[in-house]
Design a protein around this ligand. Sequence first.
Ligand code: ADP
Ligand code: MG
Length: 365
Amino acid sequence: MIRIEHLSKKFGDLTVLKDITTDIKTGEVVSIIGPSGTGKSTLLRCLNLLEMPSGGSIYINGVDILDKNTDVAKIRQKMNMVFQSFNLFSHLSVMENLTLGPIKLKGMSKPAAQAKALELLRLVGLAEKAGNYPDELSGGQQQRVAIARCLAMEPEIILFDEPTSALDPTMIREVLAVIHRLAREGMTMAIVTHEMDFARNVSNRVLYMDEGLIYEEGAPEQIFEHPQKAKTRAFINRILSYTRRISSPDYDLYAMNAEIEAFCEKQILPKQTRNDLLLVVEELLQIYKPYLRTAVLDMTITYSEKTERLELICESTGEQANPLESERLTDDLGLMIIRNLTESIDYRWIDGKNRLQFLIKTNRP
Ligand code: ADP
Ligand code: MG
């Protein structure tokens, strides 16, 4: 459906897109991931001509849209975009937001546009909000209205630019659920996202962008589980896990807790689980405290939405000994708390380090 050949984009001297070649087939869901500043938004904006590419070609169903005679408004209808910041018209009701485009740009009659709008609002779960104004809705509801408004133009493909990054975790879920539904119904979509589990579940193909290129692309299993290239691997590992090295008893506990909370939010962990994890970490750090004068502790947290496994791994240098079996710890309250909040605790001596692996309970009532 869409073929992109040697697409490039410069802003002045800054080359943002070097040489992008790929295609998107009808019904395909393509996720675009990668560090910020690598040109993901620019690529989407070039596709629907919000930015003029510096070079290369974009074909829709064989027609070159960079041709001078292209009707830009038509292209934007065909490749409609949903932005991070919703971009609803605040002075128009939800219904008016949805009918404006179809009436003005597609020449639809008002009753027909309204009937269609209501159907789309039902699809995104917001039919009862038709008469409300955007600022009466939550962020998640506004973004679902934005998706419905996009659908009202009957696009051939929807381009999503980080549709959930301005939202709180519960709202992220409701918006992702709507996008999932569109995917099931066969909508063609390109989605820039930082929600890795979502990208893994919803996409047929994942593009990893770096250095202004599609640095690696493949099926979700390949990109997330067996990335071939070093930069892809580093990015995936960084985003799917949290690691912190603690090399002194005077580490910054507040900064660390804030980072762990941010990680949990990104993984959309329930509050209970998040609090449990923080408590386990806190109690562990108490236990490790005497070691931290001489040893280095690496803490890694990983979560898989698929298996719902939340793991905490502590690797410490020093003599071979399980820190949880120290004599000081008989009857220790902290240790009891840790045992309570974990499914299992596994100790091993690996590569000259003491490795403790905790499986945190994730479905406590
Ligand atoms: P991403 O979406 O991957 O974070 P962007 O496409 O937003 O990356 O930006 C890529 C680079 O292009 C950044 O360095 C950004 O500063 C630059 N850039 C984006 N838009 C413009 C613009 N209109 N003018 C100048 N530089 C821009
Ligand atoms: Mg961006």
